[in-house]
Ligand binder design. Structure first.
Ligand code: URA
Length: 233
């Protein structure tokens, strides 16, 4: 396998970050510095990044029911981090696929397979995310239609991509989006003069939050779920 691909598979580096690290002399293979990202690396090779051996192991994939009050950060400061909810031995080297704000609950994917998470997040793939949204004010059908078509967010030049929106009650709805802009859902409703009071992620691509999980619990994904996430419902 190419060295840059190997490195992005076994660390949290993206492919281009891995290439930069290799060209910058931070990587060695079997004790020898290697500056060529396209060089071939054998399965049994000992690859080091910044002097530390990067271990090749079976990638891990989890779904967590994120509770309120936890931050999606690998180095949380003021609040507990979601990785605190995982077994200590499990939690090392993992990253989140698409973060949730501290007050947002629901499906959070956690993995150490950088290629898998990049595939989910790739804009071209349009992997959808469905949220159950409770609002401070009622939502008119006219405003719902504006959100479906795409709405201009504060300080942005491009409107949001078309979304699916299903009214659940006068002040709650299910919203499915295919982008991941900063605080996107809250800002979409703020653009209409409304406010999100409860936000819960129910689904990413073809993968639903397991109804048997309670807030704070997690489980490994099955083989079918790891591949099935790319099949939109
Ligand atoms: N949109 C938000 O505003 N917050 C999230 O956590 C996720 C989507």
């Amino acid at each position: 396998m190419r060295l840059d691909r190997y490195l992005s598979n076994v660390t949290t580096l993206t492919r281009s970050q891995a290439q930069k690290a290799i060209r910058g002399g931070r990587v060695s293979v079997d004790g020898e510095p290697q500056k060529q990202p396209s060089s071939n690396v054998m399965e049994a090779a000992a690859v080091s990044l910044d002097g530390g051996l990067v271990a090749r192991h079976e990638p891990r994939y989890f779904m967590l029911y994120k509770p309120e009050g936890y931050v999606c950060s690998t180095e949380p400061e003021l609040h507990p981090g979601v990785l605190d909810l995982l077994d200590e031995a499990t939690a090392t080297g993992l990253h989140f696929v698409s973060r949730l704000d501290i007050d947002v609950t629901g499906l959070l994917l956690i993995t150490d397979d950088g290629a898998w998470s990049h595939r989910i997040l790739a804009p071209a793939r349009k992997c959808s995310k469905r949220y159950l949204v409770t609002l401070a004010e009622s939502l008119s059908e006219r405003d719902a239609e504006r959100l479906r078509q795409g709405i201009l967010l504060c300080s942005e030049a491009r409107p949001t991509k078309p979304a699916q929106l299903q009214l659940v009650s006068s002040n709650s709805c299910r919203l499915t989006i295919t982008e991941g802009r900063y605080h996107q859902v809250k800002r979409m409703f703020a653009a209409l003069g409304n406010r999100v009071v409860v936000l819960h992620r129910e689904r990413i691509g073809g993968l639903q939050l397991d109804p048997d999980l309670s807030p704070g619990n997690y489980r490994a994904l099955t083989e079918d779920e790891i591949g099935g996430i790319f099949t939109e419902p």
